[in-house]
Design a protein around this ligand. Structure first.
Ligand code: PLP
Length: 348
């Protein structure tokens, strides 16, 4: 594996802590549960993208890029971390963001959108046709004599996924230090780079860990599995890893999201339970459905007391305050004020 020879810049505070969750474990009365705190990677509000960006920015600098171009949703965590990473390495960044629903005012600067502004990103907001506009922007920059470096959404290509191979190595060292044998690793999955790195790393190192990705609400399981398989193929070739993932190694749960960023009782319960049992704050969009899946699987016996489960906290907590009404009504036991958030492109 040629991980150590890849260009990489130090962006994340690692190793991130691997902490036991004894009260949550006791509450669920099933598997032993620990949390891997990638919300503490230290770039902007932390999160999983910092590990990917270490390799992506390393590659950009090696290729003498003078501007970073990327994009994602209006309130994207990915865009926040990329903009912060670009600041750290001294490069400007263009964010091509798909707009929120009609009627949502893009001039309401809050959440990640506020952070994108704060971090000095050049922002283009589009309602459709982002692939074409992205190409035009890249062409325009090249015509101006610039050397733009394009990163796909979520940093999920072979270079970005390498960050999560590094994470699995880190986790294995910690499991030896803490004398535990991890059976499962639960985490939120979206663009797939995190799961690809974790699952490929877990297989290549013969760990026996069952990596379970929980979809945040978009994509069907078959399509996501195909995407993960092809990304893992690309990553294995890139890193010169002999191991290959097969469909049996890809575990994606799609029933816990309902819709991207939607409010469900299970997500609200997951947030409240982590907070009150462990003082652990998780986010409503990504880590809440992942934790809801873990809780459900502990309750329905899929996970038993023989299992040791690591929950990978991938960050995203900046979004918590946008869900204050939903959390308030959950805590008070009242019906939710809304299911689909204001900013969601799915909202009519
Ligand atoms: C907080 C958080 N967790 C998990 C993910 C999913 O990671 P990936 O895109 O690598 O599947 C994202 C992606 O945006 C995220 O923001």
């Amino acid at each position: 594996m040629r991980l150590n020879t890849l260009p990489r810049v130090d962006l994340a505070v690692t190793p991130t802590p691997l902490q036991p969750l004894p009260h949550l474990t006791k509450h669920l009365n099933g598997p032993k549960i620990l949390v891997k705190r990638d919300d503490l990677t230290g770039l902007a509000f932390g999160g999983n993208k910092a590990r990917k960006l270490e390799y992506l920015m390393g590659d950009a600098l090696q290729k003498r890029a003078d501007i970073i171009v990327t994009g994602a949703g209006f309130h994207s965590n990915w865009c926040t971390q990329t903009a912060a990473a670009a600041c750290k390495v001294g490069l400007p960044v263009i964010l091509i963001k798909s707009g929120p629903r009609d009627g949502y005012d893009p001039e309401s600067w809050d959440g990640n959108h506020l952070l994108h502004r704060l971090l000095g990103a050049d922002i283009t907001i589009l309602r459709e046709g982002s692939a074409q506009r992205r190409q035009e922007i890249m062409e325009e920059l090249k015509a101006q004599g610039r050397n733009p470096y394009y990163i796909p959404v979520g940093g999920s290509n072979a270079i970005g996924s390498s960050g999560y191979i590094r994470c699995i190595l880190e986790l294995l060292t910690q499991s030896v230090e803490q004398s535990i044998r991890i059976t499962h690793l639960y985490h939120a999955t979206g663009s797939g780079g995190t799961q690809t790195g974790l699952a490929l790393g877990a297989k290549a190192l013969s760990t026996g860990i069952n990596v379970v990705g929980v979809s945040t609400g978009y994509g069907d399981a078959t399509r996501m599995s195909q995407r993960l398989l092809s990304l893992s193929e690309e990553t294995a070739e890139f890193l010169e890893i002999d191991a290959r993932l097969t469909p049996d190694d890809i575990n994606v749960l799609t029933q816990y999201g309902e819709g991207y960023g939607y409010v469900t009782e299970a997500k609200m319960e997951a947030i409240k339970l982590c907070a009150e049992t462990e003082g652990l704050i998780i986010d409503p969009v990504y880590t809440a459905p992942a934790m809801a899946a873990l809780i459900d699987n502990a309750r329905n016996g899929t996970l038993t007391e023989k299992d040791t489960v690591v929950f990978l906290h991938t960050g995203g907590t900046a979004a918590l305050f946008a869900y204050k009404e939903a959390l308030k009504t959950y805590i008070k036991g009242e019906p939710f004020p809304w299911k689909i958030p204001e900013w969601s492109p799915d909202k009519e």
